[in-house]
Ligand binder design. Structure first.
Ligand SMILES: [Zn+2]
Length: 158
């Protein structure tokens, strides 16, 4: 696993340690991590605090004045295929590439196609460590499996 996906996995582990969903993300620009985030929906009650959104917010906070162009050409690493909201933010802010840890535990709901149609390069690793993060969580919190199954029934009409 490369250092950037390893950093995203570390964020996911931090969330799991907080009893949150084990999803992590980092934003990389010019070979450097400029933003880090983890899903904090359960921790904060804010449904927009997905890992990718949090990493983008962190990158913007760190940008000091160049927010408009900060993400142009950046790469987002995320342990799981982005949802519709995060894919929208990735498109909106000019991110060039998305590296996805796995798509086994959460079907992409059409977001892979959505991003690819906007000329965003999407690389899927199917990394066993990323899959294990979610499987461990599902064992500890089986009610989440029910929520995920409900969500995967919804799919973008592309
Ligand atoms: Zn999301």
């Amino acid at each position: 696993m490369d250092e950037f996906m390893a950093a995203a996995v570390e964020e996911a582990r931090l969330s799991a340690a907080e009893k949150g969903y084990p999803i992590g993300s980092v934003v990389v620009r010019d070979g450097t991590i400029v933003g880090r985030g983890r899903n904090r929906f359960l921790q904060t009650g804010d449904p927009t605090t997905h890992a990718e959104m949090e990493a983008i917010r962190d990158a913007a906070r760190n940008a000091a004045g160049e927010v408009d162009t900060l993400l142009n050409g950046a790469t987002v690493y995320t342990t799981m295929m982005p949802c519709e909201m995060c894919a929208g933010a990735i498109i909106r802010f000019g991110i060039a590439r998305v590296v996805v840890g796995e798509t086994q535990t959460y079907t992409d709901a059409g977001t892979r196609t959505l991003m690819a149609r906007q000329d965003i390069e999407v690389a899927v690793l199917e990394d066993p460590a990323c899959i294990q993060l979610v499987e461990n969580y599902l064992q500890a919190y089986p009610e989440w499996a029910q929520l995920m199954r409900a969500r995967t029934r919804r799919r973008l009409n592309l």
